[in-house]
Design a protein around this ligand. Structure first.
Ligand SMILES: Cc1cc2nc3c(=O)[nH]c(=O)nc-3n(C[C@H](O)[C@H](O)[C@H](O)COP(=O)(O)OP(=O)(O)OC[C@H]3O[C@@H](n4cnc5c(N)ncnc54)[C@H](O)[C@@H]3O)c2cc1C
Length: 389
């Protein structure tokens, strides 16, 4: 069937929904994005801003590590205006970190993450605020992104390809007839009116709220809202991203974002991603662990403390640090006998483009559209174009 006669509603304008909308619009489908708040007002807009090299996962979760390094390299080409390509260090500040080095380097090799070993002196020459206890460092191609700009770049390009983006438009129901989803009921939070949007297919890209949306079609998705606390400190005390050379754990990364240093993060599970308590002991852990790598962080003022939930795929009974950081796309026709409905969840903002590609492949196969993915090589419009189109 001709792609432009087919319509898709994408729920959510975080990094996932924005990338899905871009891919589908590029393949010629008529896309409408509905987002209950502003662009990137969910998890994406308040995350750690790390353009992952994959280093954090290269020992324990190599599938995620490979996804990260591949997408990191693609994003450098397609959205340079939303990235700071400042690289990252994995630093050893204890003997156990030094013991982990061999596994880490093997992981980088296995996942094809480029790396360079540095002595403590070399590392501290480049990053003078690193601890005097620094024993060694490994440089990797980490970076920093601007989450909202990233989403706006995907969506500006989608709009150029005729997508319609509706922020402040909340989905309050799905229309399901004869086992098929064929529309959404939305509440316009500006005009305070409700109306319907008919469509051929609905993509649920609602992040940690994905379960709430899928329940509207009486299906369940195994999304576990898994929050993490971050503390943004006044001042920038490293040019690069500073990671602890250990198995990814609490408080082991400092991301320089503009003139702040964001220490993160922790991990636990909640039922409701809208009301997450900021746990004081987690905040203290950020100061304690962050300052083991960059001691000045224990002396400067915090600028903000925030918390958001990852939309991880798994079960609440699993240890949340053991849940893979990769993503999954659910075709509810195959899984739950509900046609016209697809959920995408898990992953990371770094892997949003790949999540968009996987989802668009599933959607196009379902709708009989034979168009290839072109997002790997299509340079995105600047986020600045979002309001001009
Ligand atoms: C603490 C923490 C730190 C992280 N750090 C990083 C990092 O440094 N780098 C990285 O790559 N990834 C990071 N991540 C992971 C990344 O943030 C998430 O994987 C990603 O943001 C998920 O994007 P999403 O679009 O799926 O979800 P969201 O960004 O939450 O988007 C879902 C959207 O759906 C909307 N929505 C919900 N319900 C409705 C409704 N009824 N109607 C309409 N819209 C609705 C929400 O408002 C929201 O905007 C981090 C995650 C956490 C928790």
């Amino acid at each position: 069937m001709s792609a432009e006669r087919l319509s898709v509603v994408v729920i959510g304008a975080g990094s996932t929904g924005a990338a899905v909308a871009h891919d589908l619009a590029l393949r010629g489908l008529a896309v409408t994005v509905v987002e209950r708040g502003a662009i990137a007002s969910g998890t994406t807009g308040r995350n750690h801003c790390l353009l992952h090299s994959g280093g954090r996962y290269c020992v324990k979760d190599q599938e995620s590590a490979v996804e990260c390094i591949e997408e990191n390299m693609i994003l450098r080409e397609i959205m340079p205006h939303s990235l700071e390509l400042n690289d990252g260090f994995f630093v050893a500040v204890s003997d156990s970190d030094m013991d982990y080095m061999r596994k880490f380097l093997e992981g980088c090799e296995a996942c094809e993450i480029p790396y360079k070993q540095l002595t403590a002196d070399e590392a501290r020459q480049q990053e003078p605020y690193l601890s005097e206890n620094t024993l060694a460092a490994v440089a990797v191609p980490d970076g920093v992104f601007e989450p909202q700009r990233m989403c706006m770049a995907f969506l500006a390009t989608a709009k150029k390809n005729n997508a319609v983006v509706k922020p402040f438009t909340e989905v309050v129901g799905l229309h399901v007839t004869g086992g098929r989803v064929h529309g959404v009921r939305v509440w316009d939070r500006i005009s305070l009116t409700e109306y319907d949007i008919d469509t051929d297919l609905v993509v649920n890209a609602a992040g940690p709220w994905a379960e709430e949306i899928s329940a509207m079609a009486n299906v369940d998705v195994p999304v576990v809202p898994t929050p993490g606390v971050m503390v943004s400190m006044t001042g920038r005390y490293a040019h690069k991203v500073i990671n602890r050379l250990n198995v990814s754990s609490d408080g082991d990364i400092v991301v320089p974002q503009r003139e702040t240093s964001i220490i993160g993060t922790s991990s636990w599970t909640v039922d409701n991603p809208d009301y997450i308590e900021i746990l004081e002991d987690h905040v203290q852990m950020m100061y304690d662990r962050g300052s083991e790598m960059v001691p000045i962080l224990n002396k400067v003022e915090p600028r903000g403390i925030f918390v958001v939930a990852r939309p991880l795929i798994g079960s609440a009974s699993e240890d949340e640090r053991e849940i893979a950081r990769t993503f999954q796309c659910f075709d509810h026709a195959q899984r739950d006998n509900v046609e016209g409905f697809v959920t995408i969840a898990g992953g990371k903002t770094t892997t949003a483009r790949a999540m968009g590609e996987t989802t668009a492949d599933v959607v196009c196969a379902k709708l009989g559209v034979d168009e290839p993915c072109r997002t790997k090589t299509t340079r995105l419009l600047s986020y600045r174009a979002f309001y001009r189109i």
